[in-house]
Design a protein around this ligand. Structure first.
Ligand code: NAP
Length: 281
């Protein structure tokens, strides 16, 4: 039950009915007994700027932004964080006391935090990272790796020009590797990440031979539907530590919840189970 003083946030998407965010934030609101609500906000693509401008007018604390609005939200927010500008997309909006709207991107934070859950000693600076894919999610992962001090990031994408553009834009120790050389790129890699949509329900698996991957390397897949992709199964079979995509999804939500509702929420096994139940339904 909420009162007339309840804090309100939501998720803007089109369509938004598939979003797991209401279930995730709803769990934390219950868990911490917060007088607040988190609601789905179906916003048409041509209305995103007006919808963002309406947040302070309606007294919202903020919102998440999902497909197809993440890039448009970057231009529509009053101010943007360095992470959002670097990634070129916004996934979290916070209404500030002066009524202005700050656009942030927490996907890279979510990715790094999820890795640390499985491998607490992991740091981007530890070793070479190989990133498969050069789409929107790859931008968040690559930014986090470079900002964390990765000595080298190998970018492998089916469309090589996109990997080259990303490498040039990020201006770090990044280099594009041809798709045909993806297996060889894994030699002396400390972290291999799939950021493509391959392996997702309805998509073919990622065809990646792990033979050259060192045994102590971490393999992460940001796909979370299904939770255990063929890539993660193969990594576990070889004895590599495997990190699924659900952790990133859960951890990216933490900064928004803390800003809107004033409580630093925890990612727990019970929360994972709660969100997994919806994924598996
Ligand atoms: P995107 O911008 O559309 O990028 C898709 C990427 O997949 C591109 O690199 C694309 O390569 C590659 N790809 C697609 N089909 C391919 C194929 N048949 N062979 C080789 N490469 C192929 O998508 P995105 O937003 O980055 O999302 C990618 C995945 O990450 C999705 O499954 C999404 O659900 C997941 N994701 C998870 C989280 C999380 O929190 N866990 C967050 C964001 C996204 P080309 O450039 O050659 O087309």
């Amino acid at each position: 039950m909420i009162s007339a003083q309840a804090r309100v946030a939501g998720v803007m998407g089109w369509p938004v009915g598939h979003s797991l965010s209401p279930r995730l934030h709803g769990y934390w609101l219950d868990r911490y007994g917060i007088d607040g609500a988190y609601v789905p906000l179906p916003v048409r693509p041509d209305s995103i700027a007006s919808a963002i401008a309406a947040l302070p007018l309606l007294g919202f604390a903020g919102a998440n932004v999902t497909i197809p609005h993440k890039e448009a939200a970057l231009a529509a927010a009053d101010e943007t964080s360095a992470a959002a500008r670097r990634i070129g997309a916004v996934n979290t909006l916070v209404v500030r006391d002066d009524g202005s709207v700050l656009g942030d991107n927490t996907d890279g934070f979510g990715f790094a935090e999820s890795l640390k859950e499985t491998a607490p000693e992991w740091r981007a600076s530890t070793g070479v990272a190989t990133v498969i894919g050069a789409g929107g999610a790859a931008r968040a992962v690559v930014a986090t790796l470079i900002d964390g001090g990765a000595p080298e990031v190998r970018l492998v994408n089916r469309t090589r020009e996109k990997a080259e553009t990303l490498a040039t834009e990020f201006d770090g120790p990044c280099r594009a590797v041809p798709w045909s050389e993806r297996a060889a790129a894994l030699a002396d890699t400390a972290l291999a990440v799939n950021t493509t949509s391959l392996g997702m329900v309805g998509e073919p698996p990622l065809d990646l031979d792990l033979d050259q991957l060192p045994p102590d390397a971490i393999v992460a897949d940001i796909v979370y539907r299904p939770l255990r992709t063929a890539l993660l199964d193969e990594a576990s079979r070889r004895g590599n530590r495997a990190v699924d995509g659900l952790g990133m999804l859960l951890h990216q939500a933490r900064p928004g919840f803390a800003a809107w509702f004033g409580v630093e929420p925890e990612v727990t096994p019970a929360l994972r189970r709660h969100v997994l139940d919806a994924l598996e339904a």
